[in-house]
Ligand binder design. Sequence first.
Ligand SMILES: [Zn+2]
Length: 168
Amino acid sequence: MESTKRYCPYCGASLGTKVEEGRQRLYCNDEERFVYENPIPASTGLLLDEQGRILLVLRNREPGLNKWALPGGFVENGESPVDAARRELEEEAGVKVSEPSLIDIIYQESEFYKTSLLIIGYHFTRFEGEIRAGDDAEEVQFFDRRRLPDLAFDSHRTLIDTYFEKTE
Ligand SMILES: [Zn+2]
């Protein structure tokens, strides 16, 4: 995906490009070093209620404004991907979750963020607390799997499908 970086993040010089290992990469001529770009990891959590319905949040910001999605967000420095998923479920839906298992990791290019992403999906078997909408969420609700609304992100649909393929 085309980079939007114009300046070296280390010294502020204008960036050029240079071919390394057959790939055109960003290069800082002042420091004679490559500037590597990597996908940004984001974690998301799948939670089911006793009837097997899926917890979704109605997003109140872009990307995906006014669309339903799994709770989730970017992994921050100093936290593991699973801890990021736990934190997001607590912040957005008000629940404390436990017993995680990894569903899959999905690579995706984001026009909104102008970078590639790694969407890391976890299923949590247990949760405590009553669901309530928090940060980034207008509403939270459990949905029957056969009557899901349009989702904000294809990756979330894929994670849901992958989870049920593995468990059924
Ligand atoms: Zn530099």
